[in-house]
Design a protein around this ligand. Sequence first.
Ligand code: HEM
Length: 158
Amino acid sequence: MAAKSRKKGAKNQSTGVGYFFAFLCGHLYSDCMDELSTLCARVGETKLREMVAAFYRRVRVDDVIGTMYPPDDWENAEKRLADFIVYRFGGPQTYIEERGHPRLRGRHMPFSIGEAERDRWMKLMGEAMSEVAVPAPEAPIIGTFFAQVADMMRNRPG
Ligand code: HEM
């Protein structure tokens, strides 16, 4: 009997620990998820699209990364990036509907991207964010996301 209740107690205890970790992980997970997926609602789709337009005004004339982009397809390139950002930040799913899974690393493979290209992309996007005045609480979250993705796009040493 004593053994039985010990067993029962142990079971309850482990279930309790399990619930605690499930709660903790779920809580942390949903916090991370929410941070990006509410950005479109918080910043506004219009401002996100203005930010991408300001970015592409700079890319078009940039000596480091400008030449990588298709010169006869600027409008669509701008739309692809804007649609992606809007979708990734919890807005309309147009990007997924039109382009499917982002596969960003694969889609950047045709271009030689090292530290110089990554840093230039980030510089131009930083200027674009300032130009359209992305609000203070959201700007660092967006900046961190861009920095992480930009770093993942590197496909050559240096
Ligand atoms: C690290 C420096 C980067 C360089 C040099 C770079 C360069 C390029 C180029 C040349 C294209 C092709 C343009 C087109 O025809 O659409 C492109 C596409 C794209 N890039 Fe980047 N990119 C960089 C970082 C990023 C980052 C940080 C993101 C996301 C936050 C991003 C998202 C995209 C998207 C969504 C597309 C369109 C993909 C598609 O649907 O075809 N890129 N990029």
